[in-house]
Ligand binder design. Structure first.
Ligand code: NAP
Length: 389
């Protein structure tokens, strides 16, 4: 749809930025839907605002309209994403709600990538005599909903790689032993990030070294995370915590050569979901093929907690949209500790945050089809806000 930017002012940009910040508050609860922000302004004053409520709940526009302290008739609505107009979904469409409320002008951040909308919401508003301005701040507005665009257009999740490394560039203790590298405040942010993800994935060496549960602990979570292990030769111990605490949503991808093995039978007996996977030239699970599997096309956010081996495979496959590196001020000081992965040059650093001495850096893959702007992600902004309270 060819849409025009009409009469955008500095104030418009400020109100739209306010809506963008609000939209971040829904992160982690609205998926697979995007979180949208809406600000309603009359006579240069905000009279109502809101953001998408948890999945199945009201969208940003009705939430903002319901919060209005005076009649929204004649007001301007700033919405980060084009208002929806389709009815084949859980909640009533938003464009008719704005029309009924007497909104005179709508400023949008970006068009909706959902084929059912994609310009039709704007057309509906214009047909009702409403002035529509935008897309405005489009790159940043798209960056905010990159995971939704990933699902809608590319049928894949937004992928984040996250690790902690020491001041001397190590990711493990001596000889690959487990080491607590990040501090307590950083760990809390990581658990928050886990809680907002659909799935957490590791390579088998990490499972063997750390025996992790891969759950979000001591933080609020609106859903349980699927846990995925890449384990070509089914080395996952039946005694590992993840197997012993299996809740039915633990998945292991392995090579066909192990099909029918004794180990396969014992993991199945524990209720683990086992998937034969396509392998690459090195006999390891092929990352591009993996991401095409049905399990993955259902995820909006995939969090990978890799060792250097798995990180390299994701980087080589172009399979990491975002990287979070937490760097500790402390050294490991063991020559045989494992070196941290390297973030490839094509990544741009979008933000940095001090966390009680640790430093969190966010990098975005400029070559990803889900890269739109080098702006900090919603998860990063929420992490920053957590640190400032
Ligand atoms: N500090 C941190 O944040 C952090 C995070 C994670 C891990 N770690 C540390 O990192 C160390 C483990 O790192 P690592 O590099 O040895 O192992 P890794 O990345 O955890 O796992 C690599 C293994 O996964 C399997 N795999 C299957 N498909 C793969 C693919 N496409 N690409 C890569 N691997 C694939 C391979 O074993 P098979 O061929 O047998 O399948 C491979 O050897 C541990 O010491 C752990 O504590 C630290």
């Amino acid at each position: 749809m060819a849409s025009t930017i009409l009469r955008m002012t500095e104030r418009d940009e400020q109100f739209l930025r306010r809506a963008m910040r609000l939209s971040m508050n829904g992160r982690g609860t609205t998926e697979p839907n995007p979180s949208v922000g809406c600000v309603i302004v009359k006579d240069d004053r905000i009279i109502g605002e809101g953001y998408t409520q948890p999945f199945g709940g009201p969208h940003a526009e009705p939430t903002a309209l319901a919060s209005c302290t005076e009649s929204p008739r004649g007001a301007t609505a700033y919405v980060t994403l084009e208002p929806c107009c389709h009815t084949n979904k859980k909640t009533p469409p938003c464009a008719p709600r704005l029309i009924e409320a007497g909104i005179a002008r709508v400023v949008i951040g970006c068009l909706d990538p959902n084929e059912d909308v994609d310009g039709k919401g704007v057309a509906m508003l214009r047909a009702a005599g409403i002035e529509v301005a935008g897309p405005a701040l489009e790159a940043e507005a798209k960056q905010l909903i990159a995971p939704f665009i990933g699902r809608m257009k590319f049928h894949r999740p937004y992928i984040t790689l996250k690790w902690a490394q020491s001041a001397d560039g190590k990711i493990s203790g001596a000889g690959g032993a487990r080491a607590q590298i990040s501090n307590a405040a950083s760990s809390r942010l990581v658990h928050k990030l886990r809680a907002r993800s659909d799935a957490i994935l590791v390579g088998i060496n990490t499972l063997l070294a750390d025996d992790p549960l891969l759950t979000a602990r001591n933080v609020e979570a609106s859903r349980l995370q699927t846990r995925v292990i890449l384990d070509s030769h089914l080395r996952t111990p039946v005694t590992s915590k993840i197997v012993q605490n299996n809740d039915g949503d633990v998945h292991i991808f392995f090579a066909a050569s192990e099909y029918g093995s004794e180990k396969m039978r014992s993991l199945m007996a524990k209720g683990i979901n086992l998937h034969v996977a396509d392998t690459d030239d090195a006999g390891r699970i092929s990352i591009p093929m993996l991401l095409n599997r049905d399990l993955f096309t259902d995820f909006t956010h995939l969090l990978v907690e890799p060792g250097p081996t798995l990180a390299k495979s994701f980087f080589d496959a172009g399979g990491a949209d975002r990287v979070w590196v937490i760097e500790s001020p402390n050294k490991i000081g063991a020559h045989d500790a494992i070196d941290a992965p390297r973030v490839p040059n094509r990544y741009v650093k979008s933000a940095e945050l001090k966390i009680d001495g640790d430093v969190l850096s966010e990098y975005l893959d400029t070559e990803s089809d889900l890269f739109f702007a080098g702006a900090p992600s919603a998860d990063f902004v929420l992490a920053r806000d957590m640190q400032s309270v």
